[in-house]
Design a protein around this ligand. Structure first.
Ligand code: PRP
Ligand code: URA
Length: 237
């Protein structure tokens, strides 16, 4: 379906990425939102820089997560209320208080949680443990603990990297199996291969990303990407 770039016109991208975006547009049914904004572009550039130190890297992931989360909560329902300012009565709005679950994919996804909690402080937190087999790149599941009544919650599943899409697709399978119906996937950098995979396996899950990169390399790392997100966040390089 459609690749939607929010707010600002996308910067000129390398030819390969443009081709991939066309393929995604033509072939897939799902929706991808690239949250494109000068602040995000600036912060993503700092994240990509291999010399960015671990403390700065963590702060930036948190900040970008808030900015992506801002867009991903755009459709939260409101109801009208009357409010009295020091000058006059007027009509205002309150959030209907949709129940939210933030679900990070371990390990790297945890770094996005605080940034999202700034927007929805009362959200419950679930955890999904998945790592990628380094040889096959297949996802390996090892943990799942979700908040009660997950079927009634709006789930914000988060992981900074969408590479092959295997981990995100497996996480969505796990959440759906436990009853969740309303799921959005939030990441910081996506590869076209991962977007395509997720759109094919879970077309109703809207993807929000801060950047859509060119491709994967032979080790299934995102190019240009930012390297291994978990290692950079936890200093385990
Ligand atoms: C990274 C990343 C995603 C996954 C993306 O995690 O945080 O979970 O890889 O790759 P995929 O789209 O090809 O599945 P990793 O497997 O390195 O585990 P970690 O967070 O425990 O380091
Ligand atoms: N996981 C990461 O952390 N980075 C990549 O580029 C791909 C998978």
């Amino acid at each position: 379906m459609n690749v939607k770039t929010v707010r600002v016109v996308r910067a000129v991208r390398p030819a390969e990425a443009k081709d991939e975006i066309c393929v995604i547009k033509k072939k897939s049914k799902g929706e991808l939102v690239v949250v494109d904004h000068p602040l995000i572009k600036h912060k993503i550039t700092l994240l990509r820089n291999k010399n960015t130190r671990v403390n700065v890297f963590r702060d930036l992931v948190e900040e970008v997560s808030t900015l992506i989360g801002f867009e991903a909560t755009y459709d939260f329902p409101l109801y009208e209320v009357e409010v009295e300012t020091p000058v006059a009565k007027t009509c205002g709005f309150k959030l209907e208080g949709k129940k939210v679950a933030i679900v990070p994919i371990l390990r790297a996804g945890v770094s996005m949680v605080n940034g999202l909690l700034r927007l929805v402080p009362l959200a419950k937190i679930g955890h999904i443990g998945i790592y990628r087999n380094p040889d096959t790149f297949e996802p390996v599941e090892y943990f799942c603990k979700l908040p009660a009544s997950i079927s009634k919650r709006s789930v914000l599943l988060c992981d900074p990297m969408l590479a092959t899409g295997g981990s995100a697709a497996a996480a969505i399978d796990m959440i759906k199996k436990r009853g969740a119906k309303d799921i959005k996937f939030l990441c910081i950098i996506a590869a076209p291969e991962g977007v395509k995979m997720l759109h094919e396996s879970h077309p109703e899950v809207k993807i929000y990303t801060a950047a859509l990169d060119e491709r994967l390399n032979d080790h299934a790392y995102i190019v240009p990407g930012l390297g291994d997100a978990g290692d950079r966040i936890y200093g385990t390089l």
